[in-house]
Ligand binder design. Structure first.
Ligand code: TUI
Length: 309
């Protein structure tokens, strides 16, 4: 399954692991890269030095390329943007904003830059700014979401840019990978599916919630604040949506989510924490190791594509 993405990144399979905040740390990133995909460390809202340590720990676990996701809403985004250059990181993805101000620095350092976008407009702007590829992320994904679905966004981004496009949002198995390639994508980014893997070192209660989730178990909070976030429904999303409907202030709403993701991921507070996950949570039924998962994904995608040839 060779595409411009596998060639550009020097990886075996066109599968990228999402740079999930608080979840995507060095064990997961190294395991995905070792298994032939591209692993990512999630910069989240961690200080630059914390991200530097994560990068060094990943380097100790794999000689294969891996990347770092720079979360642009983080107060430390400027620091993390410099750390990836200093540490010689090969690939950077970005999320939740426009990375234009870092592009020159990253390109001069020889970094492959892949912004995650949720609209055609930002995809075009990023191509003009020198991006090497684009992740087009539909709103089926977990975490911070845009408006368009993957089915509608991916082909429109593919038509709008010449650089390769990676599809994200709602992809959880070989069928999803095959479908993404049919839409014109040359790779996929998967987040939620990699949360339920042996090498993902988070609180087991978080994984249990994903394993128990059904198709309609995610909710999007924060549409009114301009920061919509998809997570599994629980006491937190219920209270948030009630307050949001009642016209609560931004302060009240932010108080509810402050540190909520960290609480769910590290402490296993899946009732009042934010259990960010995508709509494919309902199709995850077992925990696997990354190598077995990636092999199954590729075998299944190839089998399904042969049927159509
Ligand atoms: O970034 C993500 N997903 C994320 S970031 C995150 S951490 C967080 N935690 C709590 C609240 C908010 C964030 C959890 N999940 N995906 C990539 C993505 N980027 N999706 C949508 C966007 C996006 C949205 C608006 C990118 C740019 C944008 O506007 C920028 C502009 O200037 O047009």
């Amino acid at each position: 399954m060779k595409t411009r993405i596998t060639e550009m990144l020097g990886i075996e399979y066109p599968i990228i692991q999402g740079g999930m905040a608080w979840v995507a740390e060095h064990h997961l990133a190294a395991a995905v890269s070792e298994a032939g995909g591209l692993g990512l460390i999630g910069g989240a809202n961690a200080p630059g030095e914390v991200v530097r340590e994560e990068i060094r720990k990943a380097k100790a676990l794999t000689k294969k390329p891996f990347g770092v996701n720079v979360m642009l809403m983080s107060p430390y985004a400027d620091d993390v943007a410099k750390v990836v250059v200093e540490e010689g990181v090969k690939v950077v993805t970005t999320g939740a904003g426009n990375p234009a101000k870092y592009m020159k620095m990253w390109k001069e350092a020889g970094i492959i830059v892949i912004p995650v976008v949720a609209s055609v407009a930002l995809a075009k702007r990023m191509e003009r700014a020198g991006a090497d590829a684009i992740v087009a992320e539909g709103c089926e994904s977990g975490g911070h979401v845009g408006e368009s679905t993957t089915m509608t966004l991916v082909p429109q981004v593919v038509d709008a840019v010449d650089i390769p496009v990676i599809a994200a949002g709602g992809i959880g198995d070989g069928r999803g990978i095959a479908a993404a390639l049919m839409l014109g994508a040359e790779g996929v980014q998967m987040g939620t599916r990699f949360v339920v893997t042996k090498e993902c070192h988070i609180h087991p209660a978080y994984k249990e919630r994903i394993l128990k989730a059904k198709d309609i178990d995610t909710k999007v909070t924060g549409r009114s604040t301009g920061h919509p976030v998809r997570a599994l429904r629980n006491d937190m999303t219920k209270r948030y949506l009630e307050l949001e409907q009642a016209g609560a202030s931004l302060e009240e709403l932010e108080y509810l989510t402050l540190g909520a993701l960290r609480r769910a991921v590290t402490e296993g507070d899946v009732l009042n924490g934010s259990v960010m996950a995508g709509q494919i949570a309902g199709m995850i039924h077992e925990e696997t190791d990354c190598r077995t998962l990636i092999r199954q994904l590729i075998e299944d995608a190839e089998k399904r594509m042969k049927v159509w040839r």
